[in-house]
Design a protein around this ligand. Structure first.
Ligand SMILES: NC(=O)c1ccc[n+]([C@@H]2O[C@H](COP(=O)([O-])OP(=O)(O)OC[C@H]3O[C@@H](n4cnc5c(N)ncnc54)[C@H](OP(=O)(O)O)[C@@H]3O)[C@@H](O)[C@H]2O)c1
Length: 297
């Protein structure tokens, strides 16, 4: 049994990580809010603002975790264009604080990153391809990766993308937003020129769990196996959740006028994950069916 410290434990991925790891590890969950959002969590919850350098360093030094998983981030991609300083504080400086705290410990550091480190012009992307981040969120995540890579710690950088799933008090993700809108009978406009691999959050947690058990370190692309456009993804969601696909209108990224640039196609090659973890994530159809069971709808 290892002592596993999970930052961002109240977020979408964080909640799923806590559920995965608590079965056979001592889990210390931590996020910025006063309380854990997981009502059945039996481990310790500690509120912490990772932008507080001294508090973060002291917390880690006292706790001496075997593993730190950092799923905390400023994840509002367009918000990062407006709140540049906050974006950098949370996504970059906080990572620096974690590394400082773990500097004298034998801690494995698992840091979550993103497909946005790529510009989306030459997919599919393997771990050996050269990043070219566009926008402030993407640059902040790239900078955080570099900090981890240049640290003395044993690390995993887990690049994931289009996370979906359910959790308590978590913000909408693409899937829960589509379901919510279609259930209400609202028409939605969805881009058909942004392509990537949707990733079921429990699959991402499972991948991290398995890679850690195999002591596989380095950078890994962790996503679902199916690559498709957001529009086709929305149609699939409508089909599996038996909702009205006629409400889904196809549009282009240009029409959306988003503040931050997005990679048009960030399809991942996940062979490295499959080889090292000796495991394959669910297909998109399987994952959506599992989510439907989980949501009981
Ligand atoms: N969601 C995606 O599609 C996606 C795709 C690629 C990569 N990723 C990466 O995957 C990771 C997890 O994403 P997610 O979707 O699970 O994110 P999320 O739901 O937004 O969760 C992030 C958590 O971090 C917390 N947090 C924010 N600032 C903090 C601070 N200063 N100190 C401590 N905690 C803080 C957030 O609290 P508040 O909610 O109160 O701010 C939230 O609970 C992130 O690294 C993200 O960049 C996500």
């Amino acid at each position: 049994m290892s002592k596993v410290l999970i930052f961002g434990s109240n977020g979408l991925l964080g909640q799923s990580l806590v559920k995965k790891f608590e079965a056979d590890n001592e889990v210390i969950a931590s996020s910025i809010e006063k309380e854990s959002f997981l009502p059945d969590f039996k481990g310790t919850y500690q509120p912490l603002d990772l932008t507080d350098r001294a508090a973060t360093r002291d917390f880690i030094e006292q706790l001496q975790p075997d593993v730190i998983i950092n799923a905390a981030a400023f994840t509002d991609v367009d918000g990062c264009e407006e709140q540049r300083e906050l974006c950098w504080d949370v996504n970059v400086r906080s990572v620096e604080h974690i590394i400082e705290g773990a500097a004298n410990l034998k801690t494995v550091f698992v840091h979550i990153s993103t497909d946005y480190v790529f510009d989306g012009l030459s997919a599919p992307y393997s771990e050996n391809d050269t990043p070219n981040p566009q926008g402030n969120y993407a640059r902040s995540k790239m900078a955080s990766e570099n900090l981890v890579r240049n640290s003395e710690l044993e690390y995993q950088i887990i690049r994931t993308q289009i996370l979906f799933g359910t959790g308590r008090r978590v913000r909408f993700n693409f899937v829960t937003w589509v379901i919510d809108q279609l259930q209400k009978g609202n028409p939605i406009r969805v881009v058909s020129d942004q392509v990537g691999n949707p990733t079921y959050a429990p699959d991402c947690s499972e991948a991290i769990y398995r890679l850690l058990n195999k002591q596989a370190y380095g950078t890994f692309h962790v996503s679902g196996p199916d690559s498709l456009s957001r529009y086709d993804f929305a149609l699939k969601i409508a089909k599996i959740f038996e909702l009205d696909a006629g409400l889904i209108e196809r549009i282009s990224t240009e029409e959306l006028d988003q503040k931050a640039p997005r990679p048009y196609n960030s399809t991942f090659v996940i062979d490295k994950l499959v080889n090292y973890a000796e495991w394959e994530p669910h297909t998109l159809d399987e994952a959506l069916k599992l989510l439907r069971e989980e949501m009981q709808i």
